[in-house]
Design a protein around this ligand. Structure first.
Ligand SMILES: C=C(O[C@H]1C=CC=C(C(=O)O)[C@@H]1O)C(=O)O
Length: 395
């Protein structure tokens, strides 16, 4: 097998290669990585299959790491929404699992000075897109599509990635926090609430989210919003499409698959979500976390249903390329154990530019203004971590 698939890292600047920092927090532990030993850019499409070019590239990267003296390599990084595009995966030169540090309770969020903000699309553009999607649902072309917005922010000074991560950890102490270097420079950072898949031995676990409501400052209001979400037929429908798709993907691979009857509530600092924790036992424990993630992606929580029609609609309507957003981010070891989360509540940081992302599932019963409010609230997680004012209450 040639070494072309797992790219050599000679073209990455020596400093960046040595200093690249990786982070993936899950539960009470953190996987930290430093330096780049091998990089995999092979697109992940076809990665559900053991003999795919993609999985061969990953194997090659592991082999190269072992030759370089890394006894138990892991691969970390991100895979884009469009899996025909290059992956952004690395075997770090060093890695270690450490206990998740207690978040600093009063880390000051220094207000960021902003030079320019670009919204893609505008509020009106987003609402028109939602209406266009609703028309397509009514014509029977599809049942659900996830539409999103991007905010590009030019800061007066370079962003401080360490400070953003500290703020994210304080805001969302239980989320899956991540930090991944980008091939083109800059970093992907965020704190996802959504587990695409975790695999340990034969055990498989996924925790899809779909159906959301913005949290309120007043505790009673907040509880009312949560109750309304739990009773909302629109949100249950949006959620059920995701669960049924995941069940269909996982059932043929599992000797046992436990799918709860209905969703429960999961909260972040900013949002309530409908959540279903699914647990299973793989019939063949050699199936890797990466294979499972590639099989599940894109779930209707980030694309829509049916997948192909939703993908086309997104391509036609969204005025930007999602890149890594709504792809997957995580890690996998050479035994195939690993965790991949959905790349949401995140952004890229490149010097003094931020590119922040948020999306929402649209169904026929969606209200365009409410969906805009939802994506704006979701964007608030990264905006707050970056020291930016609340868009809805910019006081
Ligand atoms: C695409 C996003 O959310 C997805 C995940 C959770 C809930 C969602 C929703 O309620 O629409 C979305 O499907 C995002 O947060 O950017």
């Amino acid at each position: 097998m040639t070494s072309k698939r797992a790219e050599r890292v000679g073209d990455v600047g020596a400093d960046r290669r040595e200093q690249a920092a990786f982070l993936f927090q899950s539960g009470d532990r953190v996987l930290q990585g430093r330096g780049i030993c091998a990089r995999v850019e092979t697109p992940a499409s076809g990665g559900a299959h053991r003999d795919s070019l993609f999985l061969h590239s990953v194997e090659e990267a592991f082999a190269r790491a072992r030759q370089a003296g890394i006894a138990e390599p892991v691969i970390m990084g991100a895979i884009p929404f469009d899996t025909t595009r290059p992956s952004c995966l690395y075997v770090p030169r060093e890695h270690a699992w450490v206990a998740r540090p207690a978040p600093v309770s009063s880390a000051p969020v220094a207000p960021a000075q902003v030079r320019e903000v670009r919204n893609l699309p505008s509020a009106d553009g987003f609402c028109l897109a939602v209406e266009e999607a609703i028309e397509a649902f009514r014509r029977g072309e599809l049942s659900k599509a996830v539409l999103s917005r991007i905010q590009e922010i030019h800061l007066a000074e370079p962003a401080d990635v360490e400070a953003i991560l500290a703020n994210l950890a304080r805001q969302n102490p239980t989320g899956y926090q991540f930090r991944i270097p980008l091939a083109e420079g800059g970093e992907l950072v965020g704190v996802s609430p959504e587990l695409l898949v975790r695999k340990q031995g034969a055990r498989v676990h996924t925790n899809p989210l779909a159906g959301s409501a913005k949290r309120r400052a007043d505790p009673q209001e907040d509880q009312r919003v949560a109750r309304d979400l739990l009773e909302s037929s629109k949100d249950h429908y949006e959620h059920r499409l995701v669960i049924e798709d995941i069940r269909q993907q996982l059932a043929p691979l599992c000797s046992r698959l436990d799918v709860p009857e209905g969703p429960s509530l999961l909260s972040t600092n900013a949002m309530w979500h409908l959540s279903t924790a699914i647990d299973g036992e793989l019939a063949d424990s050699r199936t890797s976390a990466l294979q499972l993630a590639c099989r599940l992606h894109p779930t209707p929580a980030v694309c829509g249903f049916p997948t192909a029609a939703a993908r086309q609609l997104i391509q036609r309507i969204e005025p930007f390329d999602r890149g890594l957003f709504t792809g997957m981010v995580g890690w996998c070891d050479a035994q195939g154990n690993g965790e991949w989360v959905v790349t949401i509540r995140c952004g890229t940081v490149q010097g003094d530019w931020l590119r922040l992302f948020a999306g929402a599932g649209i169904v026929e019963a969606s209200d365009p203004a409410a969906e805009w409010a939802e994506v704006t609230a979701k964007l608030g997680t990264m905006r707050a971590a970056c020291g930016l004012l609340d868009e809805e209450n910019p006081t």
